[in-house]
Design a protein around this ligand. Structure first.
Ligand code: PEP
Ligand code: MG
Length: 762
């Protein structure tokens, strides 16, 4: 049966048009299972019914016409009970409902299975037979297995917009609330503008051509043209986004280089394929390689490679890349695309670009990185929506929460306008206090630091309002290269960072690769990378890498006094002792060098990240050998709750407001205080309104966060009373689940006049 299942799924997967694929599936199933009828119904939650979308055995004319209410008939019953239904004579079942159009009078035996994806019923798959009999357990198990596989395909097809149940009867005043992932914060309203490439490399039909010279010529010419286009776009973005974000165009440029993609494409041409086909083969191969990478950042690059392939192909074929070019772009446009790419953003008239909706992609996509750099609100990964429905519609977009509202009614629009107004006022008020100290109304002072280095756009650390850098993630400079950076390259980078504000502390973390951050030139293949060779575990196993990095940090700090070094993923005391031994070894070496130059090298403070739950039970021992602690609430949440922080399927379970996480954070604050070890929180929680209030109440006095959260956090601190925050904490620690904690926090923020943050979703 497994072979049969695989064969059917494989065959169906190859059919590009989804409706055809479903019909084929129904057909193959009746052949394989020797039944008389197979039908597929898809749920339409707006209409509250299941629509018959494919059948073999029932009247074909009923497809797209017959719908079964969610609480009607046997199909409705399967949806309600969320389990299979196996009956020998359907017509005698009390829930049987007669639909004359489907012509099922001769059928008796009935087996149906719900199609469920992420707890949501997407449809129902049914088998029917003339004979009266119960289907066997094998048949039932087979149908359930198939329905599970089908669920994934349906969810994907919905994400691609290939299922248009709604499209035929969309009411004029259709209004829909959609949910995506926040890509770039801010609120925006405008008119949807669907941008799509006319030429798609994956739909190009392969062809052979023996005139190799001509094909190579065509290809090279198209590459030149594409490089020229990129140069123009890159030029246009100068000053709009930081230099390192512009590096995206460099990536395109390098990929187009004769030595990477070019060589492979020309090899294909020489084997007899025409230029477009050769390009298709090579690009698709590259895309597959990027998609297979573990690191989400690198995985996202597959989009850029495909986009670049589409552009070269268009140039080979002499077609303009944008079929929308002639259409008028609205004054206030919300750019919509299946996959918004960095290049698309560069091409779009920036004064008209108010917001971005990308059906695919995530927070790590280049488009999201660029949107943040350009200050344009963006929502990514908006699945389950036919994309065409967003074109030319009024759209409200909330880049804080990921909400997108299409064709809002008057009330919603007025509420949104009110939010935009509140956001503006709030932002003005926040900025009006930017130079004032972060001190609560009862005089408790909090020091605010920035996190730097996570993404390309946050390299700039000279935030005049911060007390220094609480966490510099050193991974990105390692990830952006094709080999380990040399000691000299590292010294240059670290020196420029330390020198930027020599009077403010700067905490550099040693390399924390592994987990979801593999180095492209140092592949690690593991079943459980987050529980594997990551952070200090990897660098202690490779002292040559760690020593180079530490020496570079120390050499960069000659004559300065602001460097601290932090060790990630510490699980055992011995790891700290071993790392300190290497730090001392490097220190003596560099100190000698400094003395020769007549300079002084100061021993940096050495601290550890508290992010693996094991260290909660070793704080006294650790306190004896380190100068400071820094709580990595992101990983602490992941490891305490056993929830992979990158797995969308369990994203709902990943919550730093979980009572266990809060209790752990509270314990750390109390013990650090008793042990007299300075402690900072540098995970995302330290930049969230609720997190700030609770952490302050727990006793944390140093918080480190992303640059763009700093003034907001300062404003929160300035508007709260430590005593009342402590009362909130006492209450919150008695609660059972994160939702209740959030509600309690929101009530508190409202009560102290910070409700604007909640309402604006900031
Ligand atoms: C953390 O885990 O909270 C942290 C700050 O480090 P990273 O997000 O880089 O793992
Ligand atoms: Mg971490």
């Amino acid at each position: 049966m497994l072979t049969m299942l695989k064969r059917i799924v494989q065959e169906v997967n190859q059919i590009p048009v989804f409706d055809d694929a479903l019909s084929c599936l129904a057909n193959r199933l009746i052949e394989a299972l020797k039944v008389d009828s197979c039908s597929i119904y898809l749920a339409d939650y707006d209409q509250q019914h299941f629509m018959l979308v494919a059948t073999e055995g029932l009247a074909k004319a009923a497809v797209g016409q017959v719908s079964v209410g969610f609480s009607e008939g046997l199909v409705g019953l399967i949806g309600q009970r969320e389990e299979p239904l196996n009956i020998s004579d359907a017509q005698r079942h009390p829930r049987f409902k007669h639909y004359p159009e489907v012509q099922e009078d001769n059928y008796h035996a009935f087996l149906g299975a719900p199609i469920i994806h992420q707890r949501k019923v997407l449809g129902v798959l049914t088998l029917q037979q003339k004979q009266k009999r119960r289907f066997s357990e094998d048949e039932e198990a087979f149908l359930v297995t198939l329905a599970m596989q089908l669920a994934v395909e349906i969810a994907n097809a919905k994400a691609r917009g290939s299922i248009n149940l709604l499209q035929e009867n969309i009411p004029k005043d259709w209004q829909k609330s959609l949910k995506g992932v926040p890509g770039s914060s801010g609120l925006a309203s405008g008119v949807g503008y669907l941008q799509d490439m006319m030429v798609r490399i994956h739909s190009h039909v392969p062809k052979r051509n023996d005139n190799q010279q001509e094909q190579i010529q065509n290809y090279r010419q198209a590459v030149k043209q594409t490089q020229a286009d990129m140069a123009v776009l890159s030029e246009r973005m100068q000053g709009e986004v930081p230099e390192d974000v512009r590096a995206i165009f460099q990536l395109y440029y390098h990929l187009l280089d004769a030595n990477s993609l070019g060589r492979d494409v020309e090899k294909e041409i020489k084997s007899g394929w025409d230029a477009p086909t050769s390009l298709k083969m090579v690009v698709e191969n590259y895309v597959r390689q990027f998609q297979a990478m573990n690191d989400p950042y690198m995985r996202e690059r597959a989009v850029d490679v495909e986009d670049m392939g589409n552009r070269v192909l268009a140039n080979i074929l002499g077609i303009t890349t944008d079929k929308n070019e002639k259409r008028e772009i609205p004054e206030q446009a919300i750019l919509i695309a299946e996959e918004v790419t960095a290049v698309m953003l560069a091409e779009f008239p920036s004064e008209q670009l108010k917001g971005i909706v990308s059906m695919r992609g995530s927070n790590n996509s280049h488009a999201a990185i660029m949107a943040r750099a350009m200050g344009v609100p963006a929502v990514m990964g908006l699945s389950n929506v036919p994309i065409a429905l967003l074109h030319d519609k009024e759209i409200l977009l909330d880049g804080y929460t990921g909400d997108v509202i299409v064709s809002p009614n008057g009330t919603i629009r007025r509420e949104f306008d009110q939010l935009v107004l509140e956001e503006q006022l709030l932002s003005e008020r926040i900025h009006a206090e930017d130079t004032l100290p972060a001190i609560t109304t009862d005089n408790c002072e909090i020091r605010l630091f920035t996190n730097a280095g996570l993404s390309l756009e946050t390299e700039k650390n000279d935030n005049p309002y911060s007390d220094g850098v609480g966490l510099f993630r050193t991974e990105i400079p390692f990830m952006m290269r094709e080999r380990f950076p040399t000691e000299h390259e590292q010294v240059e980078l670290y020196r420029s960072l330390l020198e930027a504000e020599p009077n403010k502390p700067f905490t550099m973390r040693t390399l924390d690769v592994g987990g979801d951050k593999p180095l492209p030139y140092f592949p690690i293949s593991e079943e459980n990378p987050f529980l594997g060779w990551r952070g200090i575990r990897l660098t202690l196993d490779h002292p040559e890498i760690l020593l180079v990095q530490i020496r570079a940090m120390l050499r960069a700090s000659i004559g300065l006094q602001n460097l601290s070094i932090m060790l990630p993923m510490i699980t055992s005391v011995s790891e700290v002792s071993e790392a300190k031994r290497l730090i001392r070894q490097a220190f003596y070496e560099v100190e000698e060098e400094a003395q020769e130059q007549g300079e002084v090298l100061h021993m940096p403070k050495i601290g550890v990240m508290l992010e693996v739950p094991a260290v909660l039970y070793q704080l006294p021992q650790l306190s004896k050998i380190v100068d400071f602690f820094s709580v990595g609430s992101n990983d602490l949440t992941q490891y305490l709750l056993a929830v992979d922080r990158n797995n969308a399927r369990v994203a709902d379970l990943y919550d730093s407001y979980h009572p266990a996480v809060l209790s752990a954070l509270h314990t750390i604050a109390k013990h650090s205080d008793l042990l007299q070890v300075p402690v900072t929180v540098c995970g995302e929680l330290a930049g969230e309104p609720g997190g700030v209030v609770l952490l302050l109440a727990m006793g944390y006095r140093k918080l480190s966060m992303n640059n763009h959260n700093l003034l907001k956090v300062k404003w929160i601190v300035r508007n709260i009373h430590r005593g009342s925050a402590e009362q909130l904490l006492a209450k919150v620690l008695t609660l059972n689940n994160p939702q209740d904690v959030r509600e309690e926090i929101n009530l508190y923020l409202e009560s102290v006049g910070l409700g604007g943050l909640v309402r604006a979703g900031i």
